[in-house]
Each structure stands twice: as C-alpha cells, then as structure tokens.
Design a protein around this ligand. Structure first.
Ligand code: SAJ
Length: 440
C-alpha cells in the first residue's frame, strides 16, 4: 500500500502490474476461494475475519471450506503472499477491499444487514485515499450507493476521485465441479466508470471473464434476478407436481418429456421444498426493497408461498401412503433418507427435511434419519438427532421410508425391495413401478 495520494492513472497502472494488495473481508465459502485465486496469481492478499478460530485454522494450513483443500491453504501460506488476521486496522495497508460477508434474513424475513454494516464500519475507520472497495455480498439493489457510499463520503471522500466503489455479485456454487470462482464470469458495476474499470482490472488477474455493467444497482439486481429466476421456476415445477397429482399424471415423466424440447424450455423439478442459503433467501431481499418503493413483487411472493408449502404436501403424501396399509402417522416408525438441502453436500441450512421432521414429530411419528453428510442435526431447540448408519438399520423396521434428498450413495433397488412403503420426493425410484412407492 503506497502512502502518497496517487492519481487514478497511477492506481490503474499499479493494479494492471499486480502492484497492489487485496484485502478480503469475510473468509467463508465466497471469500476463501477468492483469496486462493488471487494468491495463485501472485497477488498479495490479507484475509480479514472476526472469527479467531477461522484465522488460526488458516494460519495452520487448515481449510474449513468444502471447495478449498488444506494443501491449497498451505500453498497460499507458503507463497508468503497471504496472511489472515482479525486485526481490521490492517485494512489501512490494502489497496483493494472485497467484502464477502453473509447477508441472511432476520426471523421477520427482513434483510439482516448487520454483517455488511459491521464490515463497512471497520473499512471506513481505516479508509485510505485511492482505495477501491468492492461489495460482493448478495443484497438489495441500492445497497452500495445508498448505504456504503454515504458512509465513505461522510469521511470526506469523493467516489470516483479519491475513493473507488463497486458491486460485484458472488456466484460461488459450493460443490460445483464444473464452475469455480475462476471460470464463472464476474459481473461488475461501479459507481463511476473508473470505479468499474479498476474493479474489472482487479478481477481480470484472477477470474477468466469480467462483465462490466453501468451501475452497482444493476449488478445487485443481476444476482437477485438469477436466484429469483430459480425460485420462481422451481415453484412452477412444484405447482406442476400438485397439478399432475390432481390429474393422476406422473409429473416427472411429464417434465422429462417437456425437456426434450430443444429450444425455449429449461427443466426444473419438483421437490420437498426449497433449501439452501441462497435461493430461499435472496428473492426476499428484492421483495423487501420493492415494498419500500410501494411495489408488490408478486412472483416472488407466490413462489415463496408454493415452495414453503411443499413440506406440508410431503407430509400429506406420507399420510396417504400409511393410510394405504391402514396405519396413521401417529405412532408410525418413519425413516427419512437425506436431510441436506440438496444431494451430495453437507449443508442443511433451510433444508425442507427439517420442516418435514418437525411436522411428523408433531403428528406423533417416531422419526429416524440417515444422512452420511450430516451426522447430527438440531431440528429444534428441543430436538437434536443423529444420523443412523445404513449398515445398522433394516428398512423393513420402518413403516415408511421417505426419500427427501437423494444422495448418490443410496442403493435405491435395495431400499425399494426392503421397504414396506416409500415416499419419493425426488424421483429417486425412477423406472421402478411398485404400488408401495408414492411419488410427489
Ligand atoms: N431444487 C428443486 N428443484 C430444482 C432445482 C433445485 O427443488 O429443479 C431445490 C434444491 O433441492 C434445493 C434448492 O432448490 O433445496 C436450491 O437448489 P439450487 O440447485 O438452486 O442450489 P443452491 O441453493 O446451492 O443454489 C446455488 C446458487 N448459486 C449462487 O447463488 C452463486 C444458484 O444461483 C445456482 O444456480 C445453483 O447453486 C446451482 O445452479 O447449482
């Protein structure tokens, strides 16, 4: 970090020639891969996090992120180009700051901006002339210009003259073997054209393609549109399941046939509900912002209503299945297979499996689960459960087996041939028609 006030051209040249230090605030599933990509490209990085535990793990070469290995952390450390710290005063010594902190929802479904606020307050305390600040956290359109910019201007800075500010949405998909931070195009929207240019020059060192747009709010909306697109289309697929059920049609067969259309169609599939820390959350940031502008984002609300109703629908289907053998949910032994929010990952956040377990428990069922990715789970403050190892269970000990998340390790044939009843929420039993199988 230079101490003299540099001109825009000097800053631009420094970034172009990798003569800069990047600060990454928030060393989670977004920040840590970003650190790795820049250090891999021989750029000095200081990683900032409030968690002492995360920082000490990184110093020891230990990764806590699925997509970054211990060896990758060790090699970052070995370059001497990476340090992790909880000391935010070090922000005074970086040229570019990337903010990668969580943006969850409060219980009231309003955006929880506390992580961004805390990061921005720390950054504003150590602001230096010529720094470039880039917000990556998913947030409502307007955050960069309405929340961050005024804070920095109050410190006496003029954006685009002696401080640079942009938004660039994170597009990290944990566990995605094809798309990484490096090869996923990076949308960048600066407050001024030179903010955009500096941010693109920065990312061009570590990411294959940057996509400049005209403003931070455009970039903020790009991210929300991407994930609202998924939420709405998944809701449409879920409603198709309800419609197909009424029409006595196999919704999976119908969607797979529709998916043969080589143009103008993109298949989404019904499921037990919408899990994860992105898709159920991000659209609410947009609808919240639009409410403040007296606009009702109806598609978002309708999608949320349908997606959140799916766990109820699954429980109803379980009731119908048990009823077919003259049993009630109350008192039945039910095995849930897969509680992570999607197959082959270890994330249970917002998982619909938790809602299904809660409802079945309320109706008096005895619940067990298997999920080798999730050894234990707190379903509620009162209910904590542990996964049963498949080798320790007999499927026919249960009145009903429910496939909620079809992890790759399940032997579907074995499950079908050894279960009294199966409720399949993922078409895991595709191609097997048996009257003991109830699909959503
Ligand atoms: N789901 C369905 N039906 C579908 C697809 C998904 O019910 O057809 C369910 C999943 O089971 C899960 C939830 O929706 O519970 C979300 O699934 P997802 O495939 O959207 O996966 P996520 O939540 O990991 O979304 C992330 C997002 N990545 C970022 O925000 C950077 C999303 O934008 C990606 O498109 C998605 O990964 C992806 O494509 O894998």
């Amino acid at each position: 970090m230079s101490t003299t006030v540099r001109t825009y051209q000097e800053i631009k040249i420094a970034i172009e020639f990798k003569n800069f230090t990047l600060g990454v605030v928030g060393l989670g599933y977004v920040g840590l891969p970003l650190v790795h990509e820049f250090v891999e490209n021989n750029i000095s990085v200081i990683g900032f996090d409030i968690s002492e535990d995360k920082v000490s793990k990184l110093k020891k070469g230990i990764s806590y992120i699925q997509d970054i290995s211990n060896d990758q952390i060790k090699s970052c450390n070995a370059t001497g180009k990476f340090t992790a710290t909880t000391d935010f005063s070090e922000l005074a010594h970086v040229d570019v700051v990337s903010i990668c902190v969580p943006t969850p929802l409060r219980k009231t479904k309003d955006p929880d901006m506390s992580y961004i606020a805390s990061a921005v307050n720390s950054i504003s305390e150590y602001l230096q002339p010529g720094q470039l600040i880039i917000l990556e956290s998913t947030t409502y359109p307007g955050t960069t210009e309405e929340l961050l910019q005024p804070i920095f201007e109050k410190k006496g800075f003029t954006i685009g003259e002696n401080l640079y500010l942009a938004f660039s949405p994170e597009r990290v998909d944990p566990g995605n073997a094809s798309f990484s931070t490096k090869n996923t195009p990076k949308v960048v929207g600066g407050v001024t054209p030179n903010c955009t240019e500096l941010a693109c020059l920065t990312y061009n060192h570590a990411i294959d393609q940057t996509i400049p747009v005209s403003s931070p709010r455009t970039a903020e909306l790009v991210k929300l549109y991407e994930n609202t697109f998924r939420s709405v289309n998944i809701a449409m697929a879920n409603e198709m399941a309800l419609i197909a059920n009424k029409l006595n049609i196999d919704v999976w067969e119908m969607i797979n046939a529709a998916a043969t259309k080589p143009f103008g169609f993109m298949p989404f599939y019904p499921g037990p509900g919408l899990g994860g820390h992105c898709i159920p959350i991000d659209p609410s940031y947009l609808s919240w912002k639009m409410k403040s502008l007296n606009y009702d984002a109806r598609f978002i609300a309708l999608a949320e209503q349908i997606n959140t109703s799916m766990p109820n629908y699954v429980v109803k289907k379980i009731g119908i299945a048990l009823n077919s053998i003259k049993k009630a949910i109350n008192g039945s032994n039910i095995l849930i297979l897969g509680i992570a929010y999607k197959p082959n990952i270890n994330d249970v956040r917002e998982s619909p499996a938790l809602d299904i377990i809660k409802q079945l428990t309320k109706f008096g069922a005895n619940i067990s689960y298997n999920d080798d990715f999730i050894p234990t789970v707190s379903v509620t403050k009162e209910i904590t459960m542990s996964s049963i190892n498949l080798s320790h269970l007999n499927y026919n000990d249960f009145d009903c087996v429910v496939i909620v998340t079809n992890h790759g390790y399940y032997d579907i044939e074995k499950i079908v041939s050894n279960s009294h009843l199966i409720v399949d929420t993922r078409n895991a039993t595709k191609g097997i028609s048996q009257e003991t199988i109830f699909k959503i």
